[in-house]
Design a protein around this ligand. Structure first.
Ligand SMILES: NC(=O)c1ccc[n+]([C@@H]2O[C@H](COP(=O)([O-])OP(=O)(O)OC[C@H]3O[C@@H](n4cnc5c(N)ncnc54)[C@H](OP(=O)(O)O)[C@@H]3O)[C@@H](O)[C@H]2O)c1
Length: 337
């Protein structure tokens, strides 16, 4: 089977394709013929050496994968040959609270990865794919979809009629926009591009802010919410956006800390959190239980996750470059057919 491998920190040019023997199948394992993967900012971080990985040799990158079950171990009961399945970001975090052992084996960081024609995983680390999704759409549930679900509903506790602020039009934010609208949550979204904002409008965004033209955008968010601020912010920007996000949230609202596309520095004045009784809470993707809850919601609401462009297997480096340039809206895929 063909794989892509890369030594962490060796950059996009370090990606090499090769042919490898199939991995052995244990009694509770499932062999999946992957059909599509999608990229996350974190996959870029692995290539740049900014993300912790296990082992020292070249790894198979990628957490997001969707495909077909082609072989099952003798004791497998959850799936059968022919089932369409999607990978779980943390194979060992099934439900309940996070713990170090449960998150130690994230896909694409030294163990199994999805930029390959096949992956072998324990049956408990896979989720049935919603029937209406194609493979690239399904792959995007694994990281961006589950993160958006966790941030909006598990951590953010959003209810219909409340308002969320989403930053930028990347994978997590566009997933969150689609989920929020399907759940009756009002969405304000920012972007550096008016054209991307118009695409967000067509997905149901209620209000649009160009953060390049309006760098103090929290003032606009306040105006749009009658001076009160939003109930929840999904903070993916980090260093350059955190202060604006804190200034955008209502009293006793929640800023969910997800990422740092503008860097991870900066400082928070503790007093600003006290005065607004603001809750600031990090999230790290989510459990299989959250992935299953998301899949059920997606099946019921018939959400079609936005996959901006799908590259061929041999074009994986181009897919990373397209992603790195920030030209995408929603997700970027790699076909593994
Ligand atoms: N904690 C977790 O579990 C978790 C899970 C997934 C992702 N993340 C993190 O979340 C972040 C986003 O991930 P992603 O995969 O969605 O990335 P992505 O698809 O690359 O999206 C990034 C988007 O952020 C926007 N952006 C860039 N600079 C910005 C700024 N200064 N202010 C506001 N928006 C800005 C851009 O939108 P426009 O082009 O519209 O301007 C860009 O498209 C990353 O830091 C990633 O590591 C964390």
């Amino acid at each position: 089977m063909k794989t892509w491998r890369v030594a962490a920190g060796s950059g996009i040019e370090g990606l090499k394709t090769q042919t490898e023997p199939p991995a052995a199948l244990g009694p509770t394992s499932v062999r999946v013929r992957l059909r599509a993967a999608t990229l996350n900012y974190r996959d870029l971080m692995v290539l740049k050496g900014w993300y912790p990985v296990s082992g020292t040799g070249p790894l198979v990158p990628g957490s997001d994968g969707a495909g077909d079950v082609i072989e099952t171990g003798a004791a497998v009961t959850r799936f059968k040959v022919g089932d369409r399945v999607t990978t779980c970001f943390f194979p060992d975090w099934i439900e309940g609270r996070m713990s170090l052992p449960r998150i130690a084996t994230a896909l694409g960081a030294g163990g199994a990865g999805t930029l390959a024609e096949e992956v072998v995983l324990d049956e408990r680390s896979l989720v049935a794919t919603p029937a209406h999704l194609d493979y690239a759409q399904a792959a995007s549930l694994t990281c961006a979809g589950v993160t958006a679900w966790n941030a909006l509903f598990e951590t953010g506790g959003l209810k219909p009629g409340q308002t969320v602020l989403l930053l930028g039009t990347g994978g997590v934010s566009i997933w969150a926009l689609q989920l929020a609208r399907a759940a009756g949550v009002r969405a304000i979204i920012t972007s550096s591009s008016d054209a991307k904002l118009e695409r967000a409008r067509s997905l149901g965004a209620d209000a649009l802010i160009n953060y390049t033209k309006n760098p103090e955008w929290s003032g606009e968010v306040r105006k749009l919410t009658g001076g009160e601020g939003v109930d929840v912010v999904l903070e993916v920007g980090g260093e350059k956006t955190a202060q604006q996000s804190l200034a955008s949230v209502r009293m006793q609202g929640t800023v969910v800390i997800i990422g740092g596309v503008s860097g991870f520095g900066g400082a928070i004045n503790p007093r600003s959190l006290i005065v607004g009784a603001t809750r600031v809470q990090g999230v790290y993707v989510g459990s299989r239980q959250m992935h299953e809850d998301l899949a059920r919601f997606v099946s019921g609401s018939k959400i079609a996750p936005v996959v901006d462009k799908v590259f061929a297997f041999g074009e994986a480096p181009e897919a990373y470059r397209h992603f790195e340039a920030g030209r995408h809206f929603g997700k970027v895929g790699v076909a593994l057919v």
